[in-house]
Design a protein around this ligand. Structure first.
Ligand SMILES: [Mg+2]
Length: 370
């Protein structure tokens, strides 16, 4: 089997206005899939995180990575991943470029599973557990009362764990009051504070029995600072979602910066990087970092595009739209649904990001080929 094509598929999901309002609620959710075609009938799909610059990630996939792997054997995942890593050595060890590598690498795993007719988890060593507990991850809201209201709504939907994205103590108090003692609460602050501020505010948060405090320190790579916060507080510290490669995770662990390490498979470099960290558990000469890795929890999350993809096509199929678990959050019909055809690669610069995403979602999701 040979790879015949690699292409990024930018997605744009028009979202319904949120209630209560949140400044985080974008009008459109953007994500990227990677499509790897072969000279067999098989097509592999991967996913890239994109932050706020999806077309930059698309360009890395299309212009920098595709030429490296087209014509190659897709089952040589480790070798091809190394080729991509080395090609990006100077400019792509983390951030958008590593998001792009993640998408291609995940597509190769998808192909491997399809070619062997087994789920990918079996290729990685088997299913660790058959069920995963899900938590509700809230947007950031303007008032503590909105936070309490949303928490009550999530409990009403059956969630037993809720993650907040507030940066004030009052909102956490409102959330705890709303849900009582039987629901786990987590607080993800997205790196707002100095070490001193994180310790001061963290001590005020301790009484609310948080399951974890996530990314409390700016900048996110200040592992020594995170370690100071971790030593000072009784709340477990979670971090690492924005790091890349297992070297980043190991550095975080070696510094003692996190109780819960949160590599994202769409940012860290793909499944191989996740497995690299796990594989070191069996090394009899473990370093402190290796032992720490073994003790740490790993947090993972499904991604919006994956969910939506399973419900293809979006328009015009009303049945598919009804089946979409994200339907309450998606506007319908998709704006511009009369447009057909994917833009030619040479004309991209002339297209706005949003328009190009819409065209891609229409042409690719309406004609699934795998
Ligand atoms: Mg987070």
């Amino acid at each position: 089997m040979k790879i015949t094509g690699v292409g990024a598929v930018p997605l744009a999901i028009p979202l319904a206005p949120s209630t209560p309002e949140s400044s985080w609620a974008a009008g459109i959710g953007k994500q990227i899939l990677v499509r790897v075609t072969t000279d067999s009938d098989l097509i592999g799909w991967g996913e890239c995180f994109a932050y706020g610059a999806p077309l930059a990630v698309c360009n890395v996939v299309d212009d920098a990575l595709a030429p490296l792997v087209v014509g190659q054997d897709p089952t040589e995942i480790e070798r091809l991943t190394q080729v991509m890593h080395r090609a990006l050595m100077i400019w792509g060890r983390r951030g958008l470029a590593m998001c792009a590598v993640s998408g291609v690498e995940l597509a190769l795993w998808d192909l491997a599973g399809k070619s062997q007719r087994v789920p990918v988890h079996r290729l990685l060593g088997g299913l660790g557990q058959p069920r995963v507990r899900a938590y509700a991850s809230l947007l950031r809201y303007d008032t503590a009362s909105d936070v309490g209201r949303m928490c009550r709504a999530m409990v009403g939907q059956g969630y037993t764990a809720i993650k907040l994205h507030q940066v004030d103590v009052e909102s956490v108090a409102a959330a705890r009051e709303a849900v009582g003692d039987g629901v786990d609460l987590m607080l993800d602050t997205n790196c707002p504070w100095s070490v001193e501020e994180a310790i001061r505010i963290g001590r005020l948060l301790e009484r609310y029995d948080l399951r974890w405090l996530e990314e409390p320190v700016w900048p996110p790579e200040d592992y020594a600072g995170l370690a100071r916060v971790r030593r000072a507080l009784r709340i477990p510290i979670a971090s690492g979602e924005n790091d890349a490669t297992m070297f980043g995770a190991r550095e975080l662990i070696a510094a003692g910066g996190a109780d819960i390490v949160q590599p994202s498979v769409t940012k860290v470099g793909g499944l191989g990087e996740m497995r690299a960290g796990r594989g070191r558990e069996s090394n009899p000469t473990r370093s402190t970092a290796d032992r720490a890795w073994r003790r740490r929890s790993i947090s993972a999350r499904p991604h919006q595009a994956c969910h939506t993809w399973r419900c293809r096509p979006l328009p015009p199929s009303a049945a598919a739209h009804r089946a979409n678990p994200l339907r309450p959050w998606i506007r319908s019909p998709l704006p511009g649904s009369g447009t057909r055809g994917r833009p030619r690669s040479r004309g991209r610069a002339a297209l706005s990001s949003e328009r190009r995403c819409h065209q891609a979602v229409l042409s690719d999701l309406s004609h699934p080929s795998s």
